[in-house]
Design a protein around this ligand. Structure first.
Ligand code: ZN
Length: 489
């Protein structure tokens, strides 16, 4: 296990050498989706960013416990402490049970994540499955004097916390500024200060998702689940917490305050935040009509799209930017990524067929070193990809005879591409699946024609046998006037 990894820590605002707390074990917690709508581009970026981290740490032979939560309760409209639960609102609009909404959009999310070839996290805990843990945490915070109860709801006392610990460390926001800039919102009069946030909310009579508690029949505040579940699965102090930059404030700031208030120490050692996605230079928003779901992207079904873009094109496109930079989606940029990816995959096919020479003219270990350096530099995937394209040039040069690779170096080159392209960047050769499909189609045409020949010669036994054997293999033939069609069952 050789680790020279440096990562940018949002807490210290600088790049730091990554030293795990208890090597070879590493705990990673990433804020997952609130499952109330179809997964969109905004979901793809954190999923791919932290998949890259997970894959790289695993490649370095660490034992990573990767926890990504599912928010299925308590996330209210506008991320506020008042208003309707996002999931309940959807349930009302679609005439579904809240948990039906959760299951439906969770299934879609996991399907899209598989399509993007992200590895499954080690644990995907749900907020609604950890109400007891959240209530225990509220009790701890109340006991320590950093929360107060009003009319059955419990709020975090930010001013009180700020007297002992500093609030705003992660975002760099100063409490005085928050005090000056927050306007009084309707219904917030229960709170001592507008920037206090809910740990437990008393449910209104019409609220569906509710649990008994010492304070009221209600539900937990949105920020609480991540503190409770990260502690449960990774301990009071753990290595890495990730998420999108939009979660940095207030969500992650509140997480720090909750854990510190309860345990007297900070729980997270390294905070990592991926930057946002823009579309044609604009922020993605439903109101701008540039809100593209992953399914629309994969099928090319959106007015802004000139064509469909495959999951691997999207993945490659996102990896072509460093995770801390913004990424701008446009047809031109995606088409360029599609071409780049094809070039890379074609070179890998060529690499498989290369014959070794007696000696080498290429420095493979130098190239390998540069690839690791790029990844060690805060997961610099764009630089890694540029080195892989240096490799592509070498492969093509060996293929046309202008460079040479000895047997050992040829093997190293194959290992290098397999490791970085497939294991670490998590790309997949999409043409492989397509050619299998084509092969199946061709074979079925041959079989159908053979059966037709038998029928023409009135060899009924032979034609029936083909039909029966196919049926056993799960393929049904439907006879038509001009031949037959087949379907898998
Ligand atoms: Zn979270």
């Amino acid at each position: 296990m050789q680790n020279n990894l440096a990562i940018f820590n949002s807490l210290s605002r600088k790049k730091e050498p990554f030293k795990p707390l208890h090597p070879p074990f590493i705990g990673v917690y990433v804020c997952g989706p609130t499952v109330y709508s179809d997964p969109h581009l905004g979901h793809a970026r954190p999923a791919i960013t932290f998949d890259l981290l997970y894959r790289y740490l695993t490649h370095l032979e660490y034992k990573v416990r990767y926890v990504r939560n599912i928010t299925d309760v308590g996330h209210l409209e506008n991320d506020a402490d008042e208003g309707e639960d996002k999931i309940e609102k959807k349930a009302r609009l679609e005439h579904l049970e809240p948990m039906e909404v959760v299951q439906k959009y969770l299934n879609n999310f996991l399907k899209n994540m598989d399509e993007l070839n992200t590895l499954h996290p080690s644990i995907e805990p749900r907020a609604s499955g950890h109400i007891i843990e959240q209530q225990e945490l509220i009790k701890e915070i109340l006991d320590k004097g950093f929360a107060y109860e009003v009319n059955g709801s419990v709020y975090f006392d930010v001013l009180k916390y700020n007297e002992k610990y500093k609030y705003g460390k992660l975002s760099g926001r100063i409490l005085e500024d928050l005090q000056a800039n927050t306007r009084t919102l309707e219904g917030q009069d229960e709170k001592k200060n507008t920037f206090d946030f809910a740990l437990w909310k008393k449910a209104t009579p019409e609220h569906l998702m509710r649990w008994a508690s010492p304070w009221s029949d209600g539900f937990p505040g949105w920020h609480l689940e991540c503190s409770a579940m990260s502690t449960k699965y990774l301990g009071d102090v753990f290595d890495i917490h990730g998420g999108g930059m939009d979660l940095l404030f207030p969500h992650h700031e509140c997480e720090i305050a909750q854990s510190t208030a309860a345990k007297g120490k900070e729980s997270v050692r390294y905070w990592m935040h991926n930057n946002m996605i823009t579309i044609n230079g604009q922020k993605m928003a439903r109101s701008l009509n540039n809100f593209i779901t992953l399914d629309q992207l994969f099928k090319g079904e959106h007015p802004l799209l000139q064509q469909a873009y495959s999951p691997m094109t999207i993945r490659f496109f996102i990896l072509q930017a460093h995770y801390r930079s913004t990424v701008d989606f446009s047809n031109e940029a995606l088409q360029a990524a599609e071409k780049g990816l094809q070039k890379l995959m074609k070179a890998i096919e060529t690499l498989k067929k290369l014959k070794p020479s007696l000696s080498s003219t290429i420095d493979i270990s130098g190239l390998k070193g540069k690839c690791y350096e790029a990844m060690d530099d805060d997961l610099n995937s764009p630089v890694l990809i540029s080195y892989l394209f240096e490799g592509v040039k070498y492969i093509n040069a060996v293929n046309d005879g202008s460079e040479k690779l000895g047997a050992g170096d040829l093997d190293s080159m194959k290992t290098l591409f397999n490791t970085f392209v497939f294991d670490i960047l998590g790309l997949r050769d999409e043409s492989a699946g397509k050619s299998n499909e084509k092969l199946t189609g061709d074979l079925m045409n041959i079989i159908i024609n053979l059966r037709q020949d038998a029928k023409n010669k009135k060899e009924w036994a032979a034609s029936d046998r083909i039909r029966e054997e196919l049926k056993k293999a799960g393929i049904i033939l439907n006879d038509k006037k001009d031949g037959a069609e087949w379907e898998e069952v």
